[in-house]
Design a protein around this ligand. Sequence first.
Ligand code: PGA
Length: 249
Amino acid sequence: MNSKKKLIAGNWKMNGSLAANEALLKAVIAGVDDAACDIAVAVPAPYFAQVQSLVAGSAIAVAAQDVSLHQVGAFTGEISAAMLGDFGVRYALVGHSERRQYHGETDVVVAEKAQRALAAGVTPIICVGETLAERDAGQTEVVVKRQLAAVIHLNGHCISEVVVAYEPVWAIGTGRTASPEQAQAVHAVLRAQLAAASEHADRIRLLYGGSMNAGNAAQLLAQPDIDGGLVGGASLKAPDFLQIIAAAR
Ligand code: PGA
């Protein structure tokens, strides 16, 4: 049974300004009603305080786009999980493919980051997904299972405390979405892997990400193992983001 509330998380990436954030969030808040799904926005760290005050009293939670694998100390440029907690940050993306690709984050690093987030009371949204070359080579399952296996046993924490996002790398920012069937097939693989590790696998929200938009969200979100979306480009436009949220009821 799949009765949990869906989660739509916007990933702003390195976009935004004080003025743009305010306009965007005011429009989103004005368009969201009480029956909406869970909503989060992953914003650049300098805007945590601004965004936190804009969303106060609304249904929108604040998310970070990354978190340090270190706890505290001489790690110039890093942001700790405790700092996220200080700002009331509810979720942190971990292992986004852009971090894996441009910052060399390995499965081990991703697992350590997820662990730090959980220890600070921040829910990690752990991203997995294959590249086009891996898909073409028939490696999709092997890759996502390896990425998920790295985080499935988090010391002292139950895997059911995390959110997992399946984001095929070839679908991110390309306008090329996985078909609902392609996405569901991978989600079913991930769900089975989670079920083998935890009796609470049904509670874990599995998000789809990669060119989700106002036009394709409803079909993707109708799949049995798709419990929400991680939305990049379309989360920067209030009408589009609102339509995706509406599709997630
Ligand atoms: P996109 O990005 O929706 O722009 O493809 C998704 C993501 O990277 O999380």
